[in-house]
Design a binder for this molecule. Sequence first.
Ligand SMILES: Cc1cc2nc3c(=O)[nH]c(=O)nc-3n(C[C@H](O)[C@H](O)[C@H](O)COP(=O)(O)OP(=O)(O)OC[C@H]3O[C@@H](n4cnc5c(N)ncnc54)[C@H](O)[C@@H]3O)c2cc1C
Length: 446
Amino acid sequence: MKRIVEPAKEIPVAEECDICIIGGSCTGVFAAVRAARLGAKVVVIEKMNSFGGVATQGLVNYWHSQYDTEFKKQIAAGMSLEVVERLGKRNAVAEIKECPHKAFMFNSEELKIELDEVVTEHKNIVPFLHTHFAAPFVEDGKLKAVFVENKDGRQAIKAKVFIDASGDGDLAFRMGVPFVLDDFLQPPTTCAKIRNLCPEGVNYYETVKAHYEEFGLEKDCGWSGEIPGCKDIRMYAETHVFNTNASDARQLTNAEIKGRRQTRAIMDIFRKYAPSENMILLSLASYIGIRETRRFAGEYRLTEEDVLEGKSFDDTIANGSYRVDVHNKENGGFLFKYLDGRQENFTFFGMEKGRWRPERKVNPTYYQIPYRTMVNRKVDNLIFAGRTVSTDKAAFGAVRVMINLNQTGEAAGVAAFQALDSGKKVCDINITKLRETLKSGGSILL
Ligand SMILES: Cc1cc2nc3c(=O)[nH]c(=O)nc-3n(C[C@H](O)[C@H](O)[C@H](O)COP(=O)(O)OP(=O)(O)OC[C@H]3O[C@@H](n4cnc5c(N)ncnc54)[C@H](O)[C@@H]3O)c2cc1C
């Protein structure tokens, strides 16, 4: 690649703060709120026009269960529950009683407004929307600021501690935190809200199976779900853009275009072979939903065995019960591995049941995420939260759902405050105090 030299120039410092967070999904927002509630001045940088990430801009409107796999023991609460309660006051969330592991479906548009409220209620949070993290500023070997780009041009945000909640780990990447980028990455999906796509009495999968080739689609399948109060509107996540590395600019561009074309093709199948009078594309996700890109190396890498055997850790900051769920490389669908040894593989061709291990009398009912998956000694003052936490591929398949990642956000906020308050490196904070502070702020720690 040809190179040119960018001339050096002075950059205005837009804000000086205690903690700077890159990325404003619930992960980033919850980190900001937990740190602000402890007294820190926090800046959140979000490149889109709202908070919420995949849950709002990506249209993905399901949070899974806050209970263990038997629905007996509550294993999570904190800000996820706070936000669910707030949405409840506006009829913008519904509990899914018939499928308790799915737990909550919400209205993504209402969540955008609710997160605005949550952020602006905290006067010591300075939000920046439409603001893109561009590069880190390192002086004397220490991360001192980040450069951002927005309507005001290029600016710097100075902070003492940083949280990377950007999904792809853009800051961690630029700081040289080691990562792996697998040859097979779980494929991304363009989500869409469509009214009356599949008329009553018509089988969605049989219709798509019969005609996918005519409309240039591959063998594929995913899932769809309702939106509270909108019986005729569903959120579709039925296709995948296979073989995509969404952390590569050109591949991401192609995936966006292909993902939208897939949505049109699905609609065209129904237009031709099972038309309904008032089928309408109501909205497309603002960006393609990215499942997996770089997996960073933390001080500990959570493994498939840790998850499926429910290993407990002294530095646990989150609990989860969502199964291992890895979207397939081809033929659509996903491979589920449950904590009780069952396995299900959904593909274009149907569903195969089996076991990944023999039956046992006693099974784990939840797993844990340790704080050490969120830090790497390479950078003293950087915590990663959200899908940047350190896991192996299969563990990532379980950890990556929002009910889990929201907890990592909360933990990052509290840990960042503690590092600031104690003057310690993020790797060396007092874990007992971290867990106690999380608990007293509403988190469940087991
Ligand atoms: C199609 C699909 C369906 C899914 N279904 C479910 C489901 O039903 N339930 C569930 O719980 N999970 C589901 N998941 C998984 C889950 O949604 C994601 O793993 C999770 O949202 C990741 O959260 P995050 O906070 O790490 O990242 P994100 O939600 O991606 O948030 C990252 C934020 O950082 C911002 N950002 C990124 N780069 C920059 C930058 N350089 N500068 C400034 N801001 C930046 C982004 O705009 C975004 O707001 C699904 C994922 C996909 C893709």
